[in-house]
Design a binder for this molecule. Structure first.
Ligand SMILES: NC(=O)c1ccc[n+]([C@@H]2O[C@H](COP(=O)([O-])OP(=O)(O)OC[C@H]3O[C@@H](n4cnc5c(N)ncnc54)[C@H](O)[C@@H]3O)[C@@H](O)[C@H]2O)c1
Length: 451
């Protein structure tokens, strides 16, 4: 993989990791990570475990209080173990922790407002704080996901204004968008290949040298910060569009009585030109349902309408409603109204094995069900505090139907016998993870998404 990236870099005339590692090495040993969430904390822990002196700033005082006690339920078990073993990490909610560091790694959220326009307040706030404390010669890297131009149009001038320093001359400035996939045991902050864009060749070298030492991952130098920003946008928009395509097929094939699940299995036998995506009850998290809006906005600023992206957002955003619609129809066929039904909602987090509920389709389904007047029993072993019942048995017992919204292992291993034992006659499998034929063979009404 590294070889491939190096040859790509040399073909395009860009500096490869090998070439850059011969550049004068930076002196960065003292790092501050700003924003200690899903992205920032694993990075801070990794850097600390590699011997860097790491400090952390987060404006959430409650989170800081927990992190000081090494409590972080959003880390993987391995990361958590490393976090506990890190000898010392100065974590504060007070920006004095930023004073005089060699490198600032900004990992704050980049959400959208209710009107779907980018909310850059956390990024501006972090840039202001860095600007108030940065010293000459330091390196600033933005890891947050932003649309092309935002690093240089928003973060950079903010730091310059508050510091009185000039980027590229007095301090180094780069973008290295994070690509983590929470819950993924193979790809982590340590192993995921990175793209890096620098304001100047020196900024780029400096950032590459730092990431080369912190991670074990291949690094790919981009020609500019804007290109690095665009890479991240394209990756996530690509995913959103492809998922929207299979979701659209699911809705169409549902009417035609074709099992899309089987069709996709068949199409996957083609050894080239086809990539399998899976339909489902919606997409969630802080990236896929958010980042396309940054690109849509960016297009508009340039007088371009991203119709494809807008359609994808609309299709994927409508899947929770579609899923509830399947249940409503199924109940009606059995002579029952959704408003009279008790529904067990399995899952609240946006994907398997994690606690993150941001933009979760399960939460959207919960709201739809509540709006319809159904009695909802929500259960998620990863977010028990948000569940309305405290065990799977409590959720299932005597429910009129189940909607499986998150493919946690605990739910995907449910058998028809489990449903029979609890007297549940209907399941809407929003993640297509149950054995459809087995459920049907037991006389349980099964509906998947496109299945
Ligand atoms: N979560 C993911 O899977 C993922 C993956 C790749 C990229 N990203 C991107 O990384 C960025 C961070 O995402 P996240 O999931 O880690 O968010 P998060 O909400 O988990 O963590 C961000 C942290 O930043 C803190 N914060 C907010 N404003 C701050 C400020 N001005 N100064 C200091 N701290 C501040 C918040 O309190 C929070 O603890 C976003 O741009 C996101 O799009 C996220």
């Amino acid at each position: 993989m590294l070889q491939l990236m190096q040859s790509t870099a040399s073909r395009t005339g860009k500096k490869s990791r090998a070439q850059l590692s011969r550049a004068p090495l930076a002196r960065d040993t003292d790092i501050v990570v700003i924003g200690l969430g899903y992205v920032g904390l694993p990075l801070a822990v990794l850097a600390a475990s590699r011997g860097y002196s790491v400090r952390g700033l987060d404006i959430d005082m409650e989170k800081v209080r927990k992190l000081k006690k090494r409590e972080a339920d959003f880390l993987s078990p391995e990361e958590h173990e490393d976090f506990r073993n890190v000898a010392s990490m100065d974590i504060r909610a007070d920006e004095s922790v930023l004073e005089g560091a060699d490198a600032y790694l900004i990992c704050v959220p980049t959400p959208v407002h209710d009107n779907r326009l980018p909310d850059l307040r956390p990024l501006k706030g972090a840039a202001e704080a860095v600007g108030r404390h940065i010293s000459k010669g330091a390196l600033v890297v933005i890891e947050s996901t932003v649309s092309p131009g935002v690093c240089e149009r928003v973060a950079l001038p903010t730091i310059e204004r508050w510091s009185g320093l000039i980027a590229g001359t007095d301090f180094n400035f780069a973008h290295c968008p994070e690509r983590i996939n929470p819950g993924d045991s193979k790809w982590s902050t340590r192993t995921i290949p990175r793209v890096v864009g620098g304001l100047t060749p020196r900024c780029l070298s400096r950032a590459m040298a730092l990431y080369e030492r912190i991670t074990d991952a291949p690094l790919h130098a981009m020609g500019s910060i804007k290109e690095a920003e665009a890479v991240k946008m394209v990756e996530n928009a690509f995913r959103d569009v492809n998922i929207a395509f299979v979701n659209e097929l699911a809705m169409s094939f549902d009417r035609a009585g074709i099992d899309l699940y089987n069709v996709l299995e068949g199409a996957s036998t083609k050894p080239f030109g086809f990539v399998k995506y899976s339909p489902g009850c919606g997409v969630g998290g802080h990236c896929i349902p958010v980042d396309p809006y940054y690109l849509i906005r960016y297009g508009r600023e340039n007088g371009f309408e991203h119709r494809f992206l807008q359609t994808a957002r609309s299709i994927n955003g409508g899947m929770p409603r579609y899923t509830v619609g399947i249940l409503e129809r199924t109940l009606r066929e059995g002579g029952m109204r959704l408003s009279d039904a008790t529904v067990a909602l399995l899952g609240l987090s946006y994907k398997k094995g994690i606690t993150d509920m941001r933009e979760s389709p399960a939460v959207a389904i919960q709201k739809e069900l509540a709006k319809s007047g159904a009695a909802v029993r929500s259960y998620d072993p990863y977010v028990l505090s948000q569940s309305s019942v405290k065990s799977l048995d409590d959720a299932l017992d005597g429910a009129d139907a189940v909607i499986l919204a998150t493919d946690h292992d605990e739910f995907c291993s449910l058998s028809p016998e489990d449903f029979e034992r609890h007297g549940v006659p209907i399941v809407v499998d929003g993640r297509n993870c149950l054995d459809k034929d087995a459920f049907l063979a037991h006389g349980i009404t099964y509906h998947g998404i496109g299945r």
